[in-house]
Design a protein around this ligand. Structure first.
Ligand code: J2J
Length: 540
């Protein structure tokens, strides 16, 4: 098995420790401490199910012992695909406790993505629910994955397990549990937005990740009295760590789970549980803004609404802020690779409405460079590069991506185009790469083109993003047909048979005779996509 590593050069690591960012805390260590300090305080709330801190810790220990009892070993990677259910927390803290490494898949991922994660991480196990909130049967996916992935030894199912191992029954000898992990070790693998091709795996350490949400707690005002609503999928980096459910558990606060982010589901939960803080992507924030004023539910407990994942325009920000007057809007611009920026709760309105915030840490180093790698003049747009105490230096098992995404001196090329205000706040302008940010879900144009090219009647395909009133951006596939012209609906239906996440199916399909590449001959895919996008917008 390839070792899991995330290494900062010694002088950086020493600096981050000396500054008190990396304190040697670990995931099992902090949860054990909270369970000892406040055993009876509520930790996880989902409908009528309520787990205290002691209850959560006991379930994590039982799960950890159970994982060992069925033959998993410390160091094993385990792909976890669970929605917003309490067992998500028992599973991942169980894995942390047993020194195993969760790989976070989203509920929307399908066989293609799961197989990729299993392979790239060399996973020994896959944990899923029997069915998702949408009725999807993950056991069918598990059966298919097990056929092709010889390394996959265990499938553990929350709910009706059929031929697989039921999660509910897992237990074992607590005496067999290992000691706590090294704080500088990789705790889990998060997944990248996948700007080129398939998602990359992001190794995050206990030290660096815990710093990011501990500091986020301070910036977002999370205290033991807070109640954080997980409305977006729990496995996504934003609701996990900005400040997220991990921040809330670190603070000893309540984590409240919503099975859906829609106002009709989330509002009654906010009222019933006295939710104080949550995070949303812009389209959902706008939906909440539309529903809140007329809602019969008391939303007055909600004090902080984080919005991020995609650009919130100043007009949209104003609408969100005005519709929830008792609640402070906080913009967040983050990435699973590390760097997170927030507007501060005491920032004046123009900053909160017009910028995407400033970095968490005084040691977040930010460069804004032109395409030749030279710094742009103050206030001008440029490519954002960053390094710091919680930004990775490398992806797992992907030398090509590492060569492309990191500079020799360790800066991560975010792919985002930003400006910086004189006070150091970032304003996102767009991005350099070709991905579609569809309501916060990142889609790689290249990955979708690859799928389309497998269709017998597709000669060539180019996938571009187009502005969309509701989603922010939607995807449009330009297709040059071969032989019989495929119909748009049929092509979309065929894409669904590729076992990919639904959000990756192109929203729009346009058939063209050719891509009209100029006499100059070959142009780059990037240039081609830009021209097609311009043509579509001009025609609209
Ligand atoms: C514009 N683009 C944004 C914003 C992210 C907190 C919040 C979000 C994420 C996330 C996260 C944006 N305005 N406010 O992990 O901890 C785009 C950028 C960025 C990419 C990262 C967190 N907030 N983006 O969205 O890894 O293009 O993380 O590089 O999914 O989302 O995507 P992801």
């Amino acid at each position: 098995m390839l070792p899991l590593r995330q290494v900062w050069p010694d002088e950086f690591a020493a600096r981050y420790r000396a500054a008190g960012y990396w304190r040697g805390e670990t995931f099992p260590g902090f949860l054990r401490a909270r369970a000892a300090e406040r055993p009876d305080a509520p930790a996880i709330i989902a409908g009528d199910r309520r787990w205290t801190y002691a209850g959560l810790w006991a379930r994590a220990e039982a799960a950890a012992a159970g994982f060992l009892a069925i033959g998993l070993r410390p160091g094993d990677r385990v792909v976890v695909q669970l929605g917003n259910i309490p067992e998500f927390f028992a599973v991942v803290f169980g894995l942390f406790r047993a020194r195993m490494v969760p790989v976070y898949a989203l509920p929307g991922h399908r066989l293609t993505e799961i197989t990729h994660f299993l392979r790239k991480s060399e996973a020994a196990a896959y944990v899923c629910a029997d069915r998702g909130a949408d009725g999807f049967d993950y056991r069918v996916l598990a059966r298919q994955a097990r056929e092709s992935e010889a390394r996959l030894r265990h499938v553990i199912v929350v709910g009706e397990a059929e031929e697989f191992t039921p999660f509910a029954g897992l237990d074992g000898d607590r005496g067999a549990l290992p000691g706590d992990p090294d704080p500088s070790a990789v705790a889990f693998l998060q997944i990248s937005g996948g700007t080129t091709g398939l998602s990359k795996l992001i190794p995050r350490t206990h030290d660096d990740y815990i710093y990011s949400f501990r500091a986020s707690n301070e910036i977002c005002g999370v205290s033991p009295d807070s109640a954080f609503l997980v409305a977006l999928p729990a496995a996504h980096n934003f609701p996990m760590s900005s400040p997220g459910h991990m921040g809330a558990l670190y603070a000893g606060a309540r984590v409240v789970l919503s099975p859906s982010p829609s106002p009709d589901v989330a509002f009654p939960i906010i009222a019933r549980e006295g939710v104080t803080i949550t995070g949303l992507v812009p389209p959902l924030a706008l939906l909440w803004a539309q529903s809140a004023p007329a809602s019969k539910h008391d939303l007055s407990s909600l004090k902080v609404l984080l919005v991020g994942g995609a650009k919130l325009t100043p007009e949209a920000a104003r609408r969100v802020q005005d519709s929830l007057p008792a609640c402070r809007l906080q913009q967040v611009f983050g990435m699973a690779e590390g760097l997170v920026n927030y507007t501060r709760l005491d920032d004046p309105d123009p900053i909160v409405l017009e910028t995407q915030g400033r970095p968490i840490s005084p040691d977040d180093e930010v460069l804004i460079l032109d395409d030749l790698g030279n710094p742009v003049p103050e206030g001008e747009p440029g490519n954002l590069l960053t390094r710091g105490p919680y930004t990775i230096r490398a992806y797992h098992n992907d030398e090509t991506a590492n060569a492309r995404s990191f500079t020799p001196d360790g800066y991560y090329r975010t792919g985002d185009i930003v400006c910086r205000t004189p006070q150091g706040y970032l304003v996102v302008q767009g991005r350099a790469g070709d991905h579609i940010n569809r309501a916060g879900e990142k889609i790689s144009a290249e990955e979708i083109e690859d799928h389309l090219l497998a269709h017998p009647n597709v000669f060539d395909a180019a996938v571009v993003s187009v502005p969309d009133e509701y989603l922010g951006e939607r995807s449009c596939a330009f297709i040059i047909p071969r032989g019989e012209k495929p119909r748009a609906v049929a092509l979309k239906a065929w894409m669904r048979t590729r076992n990919i996440a639904e959000f990756k199916v192109p929203d729009q399909v346009v058939l063209v005779e050719s891509f009209e590449t100029t006499a100059a001959g070959k142009i780059s895919r990037k240039e081609l996509r830009a021209r097609l996008r311009a043509r579509l917008l001009a025609e609209e």
